[in-house]
Design a protein around this ligand. Sequence first.
Ligand code: FAD
Length: 471
Amino acid sequence: MLHQLRSIVGPAQLLTSDEDLIAYGYDGTWFEHRPLAVVLPHTVEQVAAIHRLASAERVAITPRALGSGLSGGSVPLTGSLVLGVAQLNRIVEIDDANRVAVVQSGVINATLQAAVEARGLFYPPDPSSLRQSAIGGNVSENAGGARCLKYGVTGNYVAALEVVLPDGEILRTGGKMVKNATGYDLRSLFVGAEGTLGTITEVTLRLLSKPKHTLTLTAAFDRIADAARAVSAVMASGVLPVAIELLDRLTMECLETHRPSGLPIERDALLLFSIDGNHEDILRSELEQLATIVRQEGAVVVQVASTPEESNRLWEARRRVSPALAQRRPHKLGEDISVPRSSIVAMIEAIREIAARHELLIPIFGHAGDGNLHPNILCDRRDTGEMHRVKQAACEIFSAAIALGGTLSGEHGIGLLKKQFMTEALGETAINLMRRMKAAIDPLGIMNPGKIFPDPGGVNAFHIGQDVTLL
Ligand SMILES: Cc1cc2nc3c(=O)[nH]c(=O)nc-3n(C[C@H](O)[C@H](O)[C@H](O)COP(=O)(O)OP(=O)(O)OC[C@H]3O[C@@H](n4cnc5c(N)ncnc54)[C@H](O)[C@@H]3O)c2cc1C
């Protein structure tokens, strides 16, 4: 099989050394497992030939873009080939008239943003990992980001897809048209599918016009519950910010230790607002409205970033939360729960209670305007006692989110990390329907096996803190 793979992609595009296999065995979580081999195709025809060969040989394929995933999706499990799309990295076309960009799935999000912005256009989905993640990974996890409050998530921008199906057939679905009511929406099937249904090779993405002005406001609170209530009050006011991000005190402390940027670490929480539009006078009056609302809800310090540099400094700090938290303890388990906005206060209180009871450090940050919070459990995996408490706390956080009408993931996906909670989150009927859809599209089960679907044994099979016990 290696010989045939080499003849499909050429010798330099097939990696089999120990060093390479180790490097492609990770993502942004702490899971790790070596693939059989890594294959890096340049064309859709090569991807299709790899799929045909893998189907014939009954060998599993784990698609991989840039490996920044936070749920273990691109970690190859038992006997899996890694099919890396990073070299499918061409922006095929930016079509100004139709306001779409056609890109190969290995194009880095930030590269696309820069290319469209140079033409006055705008691609809103902005995961904090925009420099380390590619469009194929973004579509497959339905990635979000700070701007998604106003503009929506990756899936809202997918106009068309080219996907290599498990058996090597090439599906092209959707197009540059604005409206499309022709049959089942097959694009949606692949958004958030985490590589379990096929390999995405090309994506047509909708674009908007770039807003002329963006302003930033910060509001510091002595009680995080007041900050959460301020979010609800702003959302009820009719002003729709681009982003409302929350940083709690522990998150701010970690950021200031990582690289000082003047965050108010003496306060319990900070809200970071961004608003955009084409008329600065209207934006200024909306900013005034926001400032009044947050003060009424208990903000003790309200500041408007007076220069673009100051604004950039604040948003840059927000984007480096993940590495900053990683410095505080040897490991972290990043969560991604999503609850209705009306439940944000209750969710934050539940997380703090769980952290105190299990004596764990759990900084809370995230897209407060969306109700999408990222409690990160800081820990040391070598400490078995602590890892037992981490596991308990993670289970309780998921259960609290579900009990409050929320769900397991707002943007990072399920992968390995949360699959044992899927039945609790979605119910048997939904899981069984998803299993039937998976079996219809991938009857041999070769696409990214072991992801999303719960293993027999339920939540008790959730082995957190050990590398490959999930396999
Ligand atoms: C510091 C940091 C910050 C982050 N911030 C955010 C954030 O703000 N918002 C957010 O949503 N996420 C965030 N993430 C998570 C991660 O960056 C996203 O999930 C991203 O979309 C993954 O893209 P990737 O290119 O790295 O994909 P990978 O990790 O390589 O893959 C992710 C999943 O997609 C599948 N896949 C990849 N390419 C394809 C393809 N071509 N066809 C089919 N399946 C494919 C893989 O099998 C895997 O299941 C962050 C991660 C880090 C490390």
